[in-house]
Design a binder for this molecule. Structure first.
Ligand SMILES: Nc1ncnc2c1ncn2[C@@H]1O[C@H](COP(=O)(O)OP(=O)(O)OP(=O)(O)O)[C@@H](O)[C@H]1O
Length: 425
Protein backbone atom coordinates (compact mmCIF):
# COMPACT_ATOMS: atom_id res chain seq x y z
CA UNK A 1 0.00 0.00 0.00
CA UNK A 2 1.38 3.44 -0.85
CA UNK A 3 1.35 6.56 1.30
CA UNK A 4 -1.29 7.97 -1.06
CA UNK A 5 -3.60 5.00 -0.23
CA UNK A 6 -3.22 5.62 3.49
CA UNK A 7 -3.90 9.35 3.01
CA UNK A 8 -7.05 8.62 0.98
CA UNK A 9 -8.55 7.01 4.10
CA UNK A 10 -8.14 10.14 6.20
CA UNK A 11 -10.22 13.28 6.49
CA UNK A 12 -9.39 16.81 7.57
CA UNK A 13 -11.75 17.60 10.42
CA UNK A 14 -10.37 20.83 11.78
CA UNK A 15 -8.04 23.58 10.59
CA UNK A 16 -7.00 26.86 12.14
CA UNK A 17 -3.85 28.96 11.60
CA UNK A 18 -1.88 26.82 14.09
CA UNK A 19 -3.45 23.37 13.94
CA UNK A 20 -4.60 20.84 11.39
CA UNK A 21 -6.51 17.88 12.88
CA UNK A 22 -6.84 14.83 10.67
CA UNK A 23 -9.12 11.90 11.36
CA UNK A 24 -7.54 8.48 10.73
CA UNK A 25 -9.90 5.50 10.69
CA UNK A 26 -7.44 3.16 12.41
CA UNK A 27 -4.41 3.27 14.62
CA UNK A 28 -2.38 1.64 11.83
CA UNK A 29 -3.18 4.50 9.44
CA UNK A 30 -2.30 6.89 12.20
CA UNK A 31 1.06 5.31 12.98
CA UNK A 32 1.99 5.04 9.27
CA UNK A 33 1.22 8.72 8.67
CA UNK A 34 2.94 9.76 11.90
CA UNK A 35 6.24 8.55 10.39
CA UNK A 36 5.93 11.35 7.82
CA UNK A 37 4.53 13.95 10.23
CA UNK A 38 7.45 16.38 9.75
CA UNK A 39 7.02 16.23 5.97
CA UNK A 40 3.26 16.89 6.20
CA UNK A 41 3.85 19.82 8.56
CA UNK A 42 6.38 21.33 6.17
CA UNK A 43 3.91 20.99 3.28
CA UNK A 44 1.16 22.59 5.37
CA UNK A 45 3.49 25.42 6.31
CA UNK A 46 4.31 26.00 2.65
CA UNK A 47 0.62 26.09 1.77
CA UNK A 48 -0.58 28.32 4.57
CA UNK A 49 2.52 30.44 5.13
CA UNK A 50 2.55 29.74 8.90
CA UNK A 51 3.83 26.83 10.96
CA UNK A 52 0.95 24.37 11.41
CA UNK A 53 1.01 21.51 13.88
CA UNK A 54 -0.54 18.29 12.58
CA UNK A 55 -2.70 16.26 14.97
CA UNK A 56 -3.70 12.75 13.95
CA UNK A 57 -6.72 11.33 15.71
CA UNK A 58 -8.92 8.25 15.55
CA UNK A 59 -11.59 9.77 17.80
CA UNK A 60 -14.88 9.85 15.94
CA UNK A 61 -16.50 12.57 18.07
CA UNK A 62 -14.01 15.10 16.82
CA UNK A 63 -15.60 14.83 13.41
CA UNK A 64 -18.44 16.94 14.75
CA UNK A 65 -16.22 20.02 14.56
CA UNK A 66 -16.72 21.91 11.34
CA UNK A 67 -14.05 21.10 8.82
CA UNK A 68 -13.13 24.12 6.78
CA UNK A 69 -12.46 23.19 3.22
CA UNK A 70 -9.02 23.77 1.76
CA UNK A 71 -8.99 26.55 -0.78
CA UNK A 72 -8.90 25.13 -4.29
CA UNK A 73 -5.71 27.05 -4.98
CA UNK A 74 -3.06 27.71 -2.38
CA UNK A 75 -3.60 31.01 -0.56
CA UNK A 76 -1.65 33.91 -1.93
CA UNK A 77 0.19 34.39 1.36
CA UNK A 78 3.93 34.18 0.74
CA UNK A 79 5.26 30.84 1.84
CA UNK A 80 8.41 32.05 3.54
CA UNK A 81 8.44 30.14 6.83
CA UNK A 82 8.96 33.21 8.97
CA UNK A 83 9.28 31.46 12.29
CA UNK A 84 11.39 28.61 10.99
CA UNK A 85 14.67 30.51 11.03
CA UNK A 86 17.57 28.12 10.50
CA UNK A 87 20.73 28.97 12.34
CA UNK A 88 24.10 27.57 11.39
CA UNK A 89 24.96 25.37 14.39
CA UNK A 90 28.65 26.22 13.94
CA UNK A 91 27.99 29.92 14.54
CA UNK A 92 27.81 30.18 18.31
CA UNK A 93 29.09 32.62 20.93
CA UNK A 94 31.61 29.96 21.96
CA UNK A 95 33.06 29.58 18.49
CA UNK A 96 33.36 33.36 18.06
CA UNK A 97 36.82 34.65 18.92
CA UNK A 98 36.72 37.98 20.69
CA UNK A 99 39.33 40.66 20.08
CA UNK A 100 39.68 44.42 20.06
CA UNK A 101 38.24 44.53 16.55
CA UNK A 102 34.90 42.94 17.52
CA UNK A 103 34.47 42.96 21.28
CA UNK A 104 31.88 45.75 21.32
CA UNK A 105 29.73 43.98 18.74
CA UNK A 106 30.03 40.69 20.62
CA UNK A 107 29.10 42.32 23.94
CA UNK A 108 26.15 44.20 22.41
CA UNK A 109 24.63 41.06 20.89
CA UNK A 110 25.36 38.77 23.83
CA UNK A 111 24.06 41.21 26.47
CA UNK A 112 20.86 41.82 24.57
CA UNK A 113 20.23 38.05 24.55
CA UNK A 114 20.72 37.54 28.27
CA UNK A 115 18.92 40.62 29.54
CA UNK A 116 15.26 40.57 30.44
CA UNK A 117 12.70 43.38 30.71
CA UNK A 118 13.11 46.73 29.00
CA UNK A 119 15.78 46.61 26.32
CA UNK A 120 18.83 48.67 27.23
CA UNK A 121 19.67 49.37 23.59
CA UNK A 122 17.23 49.03 20.78
CA UNK A 123 17.98 48.63 17.92
CA UNK A 124 21.48 47.19 17.88
CA UNK A 125 23.24 47.93 14.65
CA UNK A 126 26.49 46.19 13.72
CA UNK A 127 28.40 47.44 10.75
CA UNK A 128 31.66 46.44 9.12
CA UNK A 129 33.18 45.05 5.95
CA UNK A 130 32.32 41.70 4.48
CA UNK A 131 33.54 38.52 6.19
CA UNK A 132 34.15 39.96 9.64
CA UNK A 133 31.59 37.95 11.62
CA UNK A 134 28.34 39.96 11.52
CA UNK A 135 26.21 37.02 10.36
CA UNK A 136 28.06 34.75 12.76
CA UNK A 137 26.96 36.96 15.68
CA UNK A 138 23.29 37.05 14.62
CA UNK A 139 23.25 33.26 14.24
CA UNK A 140 25.01 32.94 17.60
CA UNK A 141 22.18 34.97 19.13
CA UNK A 142 19.60 32.72 17.42
CA UNK A 143 21.31 29.51 18.57
CA UNK A 144 21.71 30.82 22.12
CA UNK A 145 18.07 31.91 22.34
CA UNK A 146 16.77 28.59 21.02
CA UNK A 147 18.70 26.80 23.73
CA UNK A 148 18.30 29.15 26.67
CA UNK A 149 15.04 30.96 26.03
CA UNK A 150 13.04 28.52 23.90
CA UNK A 151 9.81 30.37 24.72
CA UNK A 152 11.05 33.49 22.94
CA UNK A 153 10.14 33.87 19.29
CA UNK A 154 13.05 34.74 17.05
CA UNK A 155 12.77 35.92 13.48
CA UNK A 156 15.93 35.99 11.40
CA UNK A 157 16.32 36.80 7.74
CA UNK A 158 18.61 38.64 5.41
CA UNK A 159 17.34 41.85 3.92
CA UNK A 160 17.05 40.38 0.40
CA UNK A 161 14.62 37.72 1.62
CA UNK A 162 12.81 40.40 3.59
CA UNK A 163 12.40 42.62 0.53
CA UNK A 164 11.20 39.64 -1.58
CA UNK A 165 8.69 38.79 1.12
CA UNK A 166 7.28 42.32 1.28
CA UNK A 167 7.15 42.68 -2.49
CA UNK A 168 5.30 39.37 -2.77
CA UNK A 169 2.93 40.52 -0.02
CA UNK A 170 2.23 43.77 -1.88
CA UNK A 171 1.49 41.84 -5.07
CA UNK A 172 -0.78 39.36 -3.34
CA UNK A 173 -2.41 42.05 -1.16
CA UNK A 174 -1.46 40.21 2.02
CA UNK A 175 0.60 43.00 3.53
CA UNK A 176 -1.40 43.12 6.76
CA UNK A 177 -1.07 39.43 7.49
CA UNK A 178 2.65 39.43 6.66
CA UNK A 179 3.13 42.48 8.89
CA UNK A 180 1.40 40.83 11.81
CA UNK A 181 3.52 37.69 11.41
CA UNK A 182 6.69 39.75 11.23
CA UNK A 183 5.87 41.66 14.38
CA UNK A 184 4.88 38.58 16.36
CA UNK A 185 8.30 38.00 17.91
CA UNK A 186 10.63 38.84 20.79
CA UNK A 187 13.80 39.10 18.71
CA UNK A 188 13.97 40.38 15.16
CA UNK A 189 17.32 39.82 13.44
CA UNK A 190 17.83 41.39 10.04
CA UNK A 191 21.10 40.75 8.18
CA UNK A 192 22.68 42.97 5.50
CA UNK A 193 20.28 45.91 5.65
CA UNK A 194 22.27 47.68 2.94
CA UNK A 195 20.12 45.54 0.62
CA UNK A 196 17.05 47.54 1.65
CA UNK A 197 18.42 50.51 -0.28
CA UNK A 198 16.26 51.74 -3.11
CA UNK A 199 13.68 49.11 -2.27
CA UNK A 200 10.03 50.03 -2.68
CA UNK A 201 9.24 48.11 0.49
CA UNK A 202 10.80 50.70 2.81
CA UNK A 203 7.40 52.17 3.61
CA UNK A 204 6.13 48.87 5.01
CA UNK A 205 9.40 48.19 6.73
CA UNK A 206 9.05 51.54 8.48
CA UNK A 207 5.72 50.55 10.05
CA UNK A 208 6.96 47.05 10.91
CA UNK A 209 10.05 48.52 12.53
CA UNK A 210 8.09 51.06 14.59
CA UNK A 211 5.77 48.38 15.86
CA UNK A 212 8.65 46.10 16.81
CA UNK A 213 10.34 48.83 18.82
CA UNK A 214 7.14 50.02 20.47
CA UNK A 215 6.30 46.48 21.65
CA UNK A 216 9.82 46.04 23.11
CA UNK A 217 11.00 43.46 20.55
CA UNK A 218 14.79 43.44 20.43
CA UNK A 219 15.88 44.43 16.93
CA UNK A 220 19.40 43.59 15.77
CA UNK A 221 20.64 44.51 12.33
CA UNK A 222 23.85 44.31 10.34
CA UNK A 223 25.15 46.42 7.50
CA UNK A 224 28.36 46.53 5.50
CA UNK A 225 28.65 50.29 6.04
CA UNK A 226 27.75 52.79 8.74
CA UNK A 227 23.98 53.40 8.62
CA UNK A 228 24.61 57.12 8.12
CA UNK A 229 26.22 56.22 4.81
CA UNK A 230 23.28 54.16 3.56
CA UNK A 231 22.26 56.41 0.71
CA UNK A 232 19.08 55.17 -0.93
CA UNK A 233 17.46 54.53 2.44
CA UNK A 234 14.83 56.91 3.77
CA UNK A 235 16.29 59.50 6.17
CA UNK A 236 13.68 58.65 8.83
CA UNK A 237 14.81 55.00 8.74
CA UNK A 238 18.46 55.94 9.03
CA UNK A 239 17.78 58.16 12.02
CA UNK A 240 15.84 55.36 13.73
CA UNK A 241 18.54 52.81 12.97
CA UNK A 242 21.13 54.91 14.76
CA UNK A 243 18.93 55.72 17.74
CA UNK A 244 19.96 52.60 19.72
CA UNK A 245 23.49 51.27 19.81
CA UNK A 246 25.67 51.31 16.70
CA UNK A 247 28.88 49.31 16.90
CA UNK A 248 31.51 48.44 14.35
CA UNK A 249 33.43 45.27 13.57
CA UNK A 250 36.75 45.78 11.92
CA UNK A 251 39.47 43.70 10.40
CA UNK A 252 40.87 41.31 13.04
CA UNK A 253 44.16 42.34 14.54
CA UNK A 254 47.09 39.93 14.49
CA UNK A 255 46.35 38.22 17.83
CA UNK A 256 42.67 37.72 17.04
CA UNK A 257 43.53 36.31 13.62
CA UNK A 258 45.90 33.86 15.25
CA UNK A 259 43.29 32.85 17.81
CA UNK A 260 40.70 32.28 15.06
CA UNK A 261 43.10 30.02 13.16
CA UNK A 262 43.98 28.09 16.31
CA UNK A 263 40.31 27.58 17.06
CA UNK A 264 39.82 26.13 13.58
CA UNK A 265 42.42 23.43 14.17
CA UNK A 266 41.62 22.86 17.84
CA UNK A 267 41.47 19.14 18.63
CA UNK A 268 42.86 18.22 15.20
CA UNK A 269 46.52 18.94 15.95
CA UNK A 270 47.37 15.26 15.43
CA UNK A 271 46.08 15.22 11.85
CA UNK A 272 47.02 18.79 10.94
CA UNK A 273 50.65 19.22 11.86
CA UNK A 274 51.27 22.88 11.33
CA UNK A 275 54.14 24.98 12.65
CA UNK A 276 53.45 28.03 14.80
CA UNK A 277 55.19 30.40 12.43
CA UNK A 278 52.80 29.29 9.64
CA UNK A 279 49.90 30.45 11.80
CA UNK A 280 51.73 33.76 12.26
CA UNK A 281 52.36 34.00 8.53
CA UNK A 282 48.69 33.41 7.69
CA UNK A 283 47.52 35.82 10.42
CA UNK A 284 49.75 38.60 9.16
CA UNK A 285 49.11 38.05 5.44
CA UNK A 286 45.49 37.06 5.02
CA UNK A 287 43.56 38.82 7.76
CA UNK A 288 41.83 41.38 5.57
CA UNK A 289 38.70 39.49 6.47
CA UNK A 290 38.06 36.28 8.39
CA UNK A 291 36.65 34.48 5.36
CA UNK A 292 39.93 35.14 3.59
CA UNK A 293 41.86 33.97 6.62
CA UNK A 294 39.89 30.73 6.89
CA UNK A 295 40.21 30.24 3.12
CA UNK A 296 43.99 30.41 3.32
CA UNK A 297 44.05 27.78 6.08
CA UNK A 298 41.65 25.50 4.21
CA UNK A 299 43.73 25.76 1.06
CA UNK A 300 46.80 24.80 3.00
CA UNK A 301 45.16 21.82 4.69
CA UNK A 302 43.81 20.64 1.35
CA UNK A 303 47.26 20.80 -0.30
CA UNK A 304 48.78 19.01 2.68
CA UNK A 305 46.36 16.11 2.26
CA UNK A 306 47.50 15.78 -1.35
CA UNK A 307 51.22 16.25 -0.87
CA UNK A 308 51.50 14.78 2.59
CA UNK A 309 54.46 16.82 3.93
CA UNK A 310 56.07 15.83 7.26
CA UNK A 311 54.86 19.09 8.73
CA UNK A 312 53.31 22.25 7.27
CA UNK A 313 56.10 24.82 7.49
CA UNK A 314 56.39 28.36 6.13
CA UNK A 315 58.19 27.25 2.95
CA UNK A 316 55.33 24.83 2.15
CA UNK A 317 52.70 27.47 3.00
CA UNK A 318 54.31 30.14 0.83
CA UNK A 319 54.69 27.75 -2.07
CA UNK A 320 51.03 26.72 -1.85
CA UNK A 321 49.61 30.17 -1.39
CA UNK A 322 51.81 32.29 -3.60
CA UNK A 323 49.46 32.27 -6.58
CA UNK A 324 46.23 32.14 -4.67
CA UNK A 325 43.70 34.87 -5.40
CA UNK A 326 42.93 34.92 -1.68
CA UNK A 327 46.29 36.61 -1.06
CA UNK A 328 45.57 40.06 0.29
CA UNK A 329 46.80 42.29 -2.48
CA UNK A 330 44.90 45.31 -1.18
CA UNK A 331 46.63 45.09 2.16
CA UNK A 332 49.00 47.95 1.48
CA UNK A 333 46.41 50.13 -0.16
CA UNK A 334 45.36 53.16 1.85
CA UNK A 335 43.13 56.14 1.30
CA UNK A 336 46.21 58.33 1.13
CA UNK A 337 47.65 56.16 -1.67
CA UNK A 338 44.44 56.55 -3.64
CA UNK A 339 44.58 60.29 -3.14
CA UNK A 340 48.20 60.34 -4.40
CA UNK A 341 47.36 58.22 -7.45
CA UNK A 342 44.49 60.55 -8.36
CA UNK A 343 46.54 63.73 -7.91
CA UNK A 344 49.45 62.25 -9.91
CA UNK A 345 47.10 61.43 -12.75
CA UNK A 346 45.62 64.93 -12.88
CA UNK A 347 48.81 66.81 -11.99
CA UNK A 348 47.25 68.18 -8.80
CA UNK A 349 48.27 68.25 -5.15
CA UNK A 350 46.53 66.69 -2.15
CA UNK A 351 45.69 70.22 -0.89
CA UNK A 352 43.81 70.80 -4.18
CA UNK A 353 41.62 67.78 -3.42
CA UNK A 354 41.14 68.70 0.20
CA UNK A 355 40.50 72.40 -0.55
CA UNK A 356 37.34 74.19 -1.69
CA UNK A 357 38.02 74.74 -5.41
CA UNK A 358 35.11 73.96 -7.76
CA UNK A 359 37.29 73.75 -10.89
CA UNK A 360 36.04 70.91 -13.07
CA UNK A 361 39.30 68.88 -13.05
CA UNK A 362 39.58 69.14 -9.26
CA UNK A 363 35.93 68.27 -8.70
CA UNK A 364 36.25 65.24 -10.99
CA UNK A 365 39.43 64.15 -9.25
CA UNK A 366 37.60 64.33 -5.90
CA UNK A 367 34.74 62.19 -7.29
CA UNK A 368 37.24 59.55 -8.44
CA UNK A 369 39.01 59.57 -5.11
CA UNK A 370 35.72 59.01 -3.29
CA UNK A 371 34.65 56.33 -5.75
CA UNK A 372 37.88 54.33 -5.50
CA UNK A 373 38.03 54.64 -1.72
CA UNK A 374 34.55 53.12 -1.53
CA UNK A 375 35.11 50.44 -4.14
CA UNK A 376 38.59 49.32 -3.16
CA UNK A 377 38.70 49.98 0.57
CA UNK A 378 35.01 50.15 1.57
CA UNK A 379 35.89 53.22 3.60
CA UNK A 380 32.88 54.93 5.19
CA UNK A 381 31.69 58.24 3.76
CA UNK A 382 32.50 59.97 7.03
CA UNK A 383 36.11 58.74 6.98
CA UNK A 384 36.59 59.77 3.34
CA UNK A 385 35.06 63.15 4.21
CA UNK A 386 37.55 63.61 7.03
CA UNK A 387 40.47 62.84 4.71
CA UNK A 388 39.15 65.18 2.03
CA UNK A 389 39.22 68.38 4.03
CA UNK A 390 36.50 67.63 6.62
CA UNK A 391 33.57 67.26 4.22
CA UNK A 392 30.40 65.76 5.65
CA UNK A 393 29.12 62.30 4.74
CA UNK A 394 26.24 63.64 2.61
CA UNK A 395 28.62 65.54 0.35
CA UNK A 396 30.77 62.44 -0.03
CA UNK A 397 27.72 60.22 -0.68
CA UNK A 398 26.55 62.49 -3.49
CA UNK A 399 30.10 62.65 -4.85
CA UNK A 400 30.10 58.85 -5.03
CA UNK A 401 26.75 58.83 -6.84
CA UNK A 402 28.01 61.48 -9.25
CA UNK A 403 31.08 59.34 -10.01
CA UNK A 404 28.88 56.30 -10.68
CA UNK A 405 26.84 58.37 -13.13
CA UNK A 406 29.87 59.85 -14.89
CA UNK A 407 31.42 56.41 -15.31
CA UNK A 408 28.29 55.39 -17.24
CA UNK A 409 27.96 58.60 -19.25
CA UNK A 410 31.39 60.17 -19.73
CA UNK A 411 34.00 58.09 -21.56
CA UNK A 412 36.97 60.27 -20.59
CA UNK A 413 35.99 60.11 -16.93
CA UNK A 414 35.52 56.36 -17.07
CA UNK A 415 38.95 55.95 -18.71
CA UNK A 416 40.56 58.08 -16.01
CA UNK A 417 39.06 55.81 -13.34
CA UNK A 418 40.43 52.72 -15.10
CA UNK A 419 43.90 54.22 -15.52
CA UNK A 420 44.13 55.35 -11.90
CA UNK A 421 42.94 51.97 -10.69
CA UNK A 422 45.58 50.27 -12.84
CA UNK A 423 48.27 52.54 -11.42
CA UNK A 424 47.30 51.36 -7.93
CA UNK A 425 47.98 47.73 -8.77
N1 LIG B 1 35.68 36.58 15.49
C1 LIG B 1 35.43 35.46 14.83
N2 LIG B 1 35.64 34.25 15.39
C2 LIG B 1 35.43 33.12 14.71
N3 LIG B 1 35.00 33.07 13.43
C3 LIG B 1 34.77 34.22 12.83
C4 LIG B 1 34.95 35.47 13.47
N4 LIG B 1 34.64 36.46 12.60
C5 LIG B 1 34.25 35.87 11.47
N5 LIG B 1 34.33 34.52 11.60
C6 LIG B 1 34.03 33.53 10.54
O1 LIG B 1 34.28 34.15 9.29
C7 LIG B 1 33.34 33.73 8.31
C8 LIG B 1 32.61 34.93 7.72
O2 LIG B 1 31.83 35.53 8.76
P1 LIG B 1 30.36 36.13 8.49
O3 LIG B 1 29.66 35.37 7.42
O4 LIG B 1 29.68 36.25 9.80
O5 LIG B 1 30.76 37.55 7.92
P2 LIG B 1 29.86 38.82 7.61
O6 LIG B 1 30.49 39.97 8.33
O7 LIG B 1 28.44 38.55 7.91
O8 LIG B 1 30.09 38.98 6.06
P3 LIG B 1 29.05 39.48 4.91
O9 LIG B 1 28.86 40.95 5.13
O10 LIG B 1 29.81 39.17 3.64
O11 LIG B 1 27.80 38.69 5.05
C9 LIG B 1 32.41 32.77 9.03
O12 LIG B 1 32.86 31.46 8.78
C10 LIG B 1 32.58 33.11 10.51
O13 LIG B 1 32.35 32.00 11.34
Amino acid sequence: MTCRDWISRTRLIYLDPQTARVYCPSRITQSILRQEQALFETLLCEQTGTPVSLQLTDRVEQQTEPAPSFPSTPPATPSVPLLQARFNPEYTFDSFVEGTSNKEAYAAVYNSCIQTGIRAFNPIMIYGNSGLGKTHLLHAAGNWLRLNRPEDKVIYMDANTFVDLLIEAMKSKTVDSVKSRLTDCDFFLLDDIQNLRRSSSQEIFFTVYNELISQNTQVMMTSDIHPQDLSGLQARLISRFTSGLTVSISRPEFDTSRAILRKRIEGKEEQIRIQDDVIDYLASTFSNDVRNLEGSLNRLIFSATLENPEVIDTAFAKAVLVNEPIVDRQKELTLHKIEKAVTNFYGLTCSDLEGKSRQKAIVNARHICVYLARELLHTSYSQIGQQLGGRDHKTIASSYERAEKLIRQDQAFSLAVTRIQESLQ
